[in-house]
Ligand binder design. Structure first.
Ligand code: HOC
Length: 385
């Protein structure tokens, strides 16, 4: 890593100074008053550790597995949209960085490179695919078929976006993708789906956010704000759709956006293979819990039946250590990855991952842990919480 880049917030500063304001605002956005977005970070700082001494930490090992697949450290890349806003070949660089560092990249449906371009750019990388459910199920079905064919190893179903949260600056900026960028996964799909199904109603999808579309019904999906890109997400999505998704694929299904023990139990009962505790970077419901604060009740409920992961607010190695001590098998980082891209493309993302893992390894050693299986709840000072 470059000398001036010491920690993840150095990349944040760089990105803020160098990205166009509308792009910066989009990535930085939180819903409404950004309470949950900000609490995602602050919540780690309330947690104190109980380090153990004299445990011979001369050799440390950060390797772990997720869904049976080995990765070099328990830090993966969360799905975030529109990487080409930060770097010319966007998600392809992100995928190469994840491959080089041997960790998992969850590619977003709203990528500015297609799922095929991403997997071709990093043919030996571990890629999972983040999926939304659309009013026209055919759109989701086609995506699932494509990622299976490309060798993606899991489908990550995001369940916290029946509507997009209200991000004030995106509305003020009238945020749209610039004309040279596209949500590549849907390139040409409208025509195809129309031909095969005759049921895409593009007009319905392109209504303005916050505009009343029918009596009592608002289109908060923001298709126009977010680039006039695609068909609307389906706000009627419910638990039975897990069975629908299972009927489409043999890939493990990871449910992303769970914040309560009740929903964690339902997720397990519906047969998912993993849970990502997440509040979507605080971009959806403002006032929901910080993801690290929601983790414990979910881990306790799940009791090892499925793997539990977490995203939201991870900025330092000790944040990673705290999340693992509270039961996360792996954490995923979102905004720091686009800061890394903005800094130096693939190299910047590699630096982000390297710095965070170096910090994690150091925190582990200073807490007396030689490997990830030695990280457990005894490390947490619960009396302080
Ligand atoms: C038209 C729907 O995950 C974000 C993205 C999702 C945006 C959905 C756009 O910005 O949080």
């Amino acid at each position: 890593p470059t000398m001036s880049m010491v920690c993840l917030s150095d990349f944040e500063l760089f990105a803020k100074e160098h990205l166009p304001k509308t792009t910066w605002d989009y990535y930085a956005a939180g819903a409404d008053e950004c309470c949950t977005r900000d609490d995602n970070l602050v919540a780690y700082k309330r947690i104190r550790l109980r380090p153990r001494m004299l445990r011979d930490v001369s050799v440390t090992d950060t390797r772990t597995t997720i869904q049976g697949m080995e990765i070099n450290f328990p830090i993966g890349i969360a799905p975030t949209a529109f990487h080409c806003l930060a770097w010319h070949d966007g998600e392809m660089s992100t995928a190469r960085a994840a491959e080089a560092m041997n960790t998992c990249y969850i590619a977003s449906t709203y990528s500015t490179c297609s799922v095929e371009e991403i997997s071709t750019a990093a043919p030996n990388g571990l890629q999972w695919f983040q999926l939304y459910v659309y009013r026209n199920r055919k759109l989701s079905e086609q995506l699932v078929q494509r990622v299976e064919a490309q060798g993606y190893k899991a489908v990550v179903l995001t369940v916290d976006v029946p509507y997009t949260g209200k991000r004030r600056n995106d509305i003020r900026n009238n945020f749209k993708l610039p004309p040279h960028l596209k949500v590549k996964n849907f390139d040409g799909i409208f025509e195809q789906v129309e031909t095969f199904q005759g049921q895409v109603n593009e007009k319905q999808c392109m209504t303005s956010p916050f505009k009343q579309t029918r009596a009592g019904e608002y289109d908060f999906n923001g298709a126009e704000v977010y680039g006039g890109a695609v068909n609307s997400l389906d706000p009627s999505i419910s638990w039975k759709d897990i069975y629908w998704l299972q009927s489409l694929t043999r890939l493990p299904i990871i449910i992303k956006g769970i914040l309560t023990k009740e929903d964690a139990e339902l997720a397990v009962e519906h047969g998912v293979q993993g849970i990502i505790v997440s509040n979507h970077g605080g971009r959806q419901l403002d006032g929901g819990p910080a993801s690290i604060d929601a983790l414990s009740e979910i881990v306790e409920t799940v009791q090892g039946r499925v793997e539990v992961y977490l995203d939201g607010g991870i900025r330092t190695g000790s944040d990673v250590l705290k999340a693992l001590a509270l039961g996360a098998k792996c954490v995923f980082i979102g905004r720091p990855v686009v800061w890394g891209l903005a800094y130096k493309g693939e190299e910047g993302v590699r630096e982000i991952l390297q710095i965070l893992n170096d910090e994690f390894r150091l925190s582990m050693a200073l807490a007396g842990c030689r490997n990830v299986s030695e990280i457990n709840r005894n490390l947490i000072q619960f009396s302080k919480l």
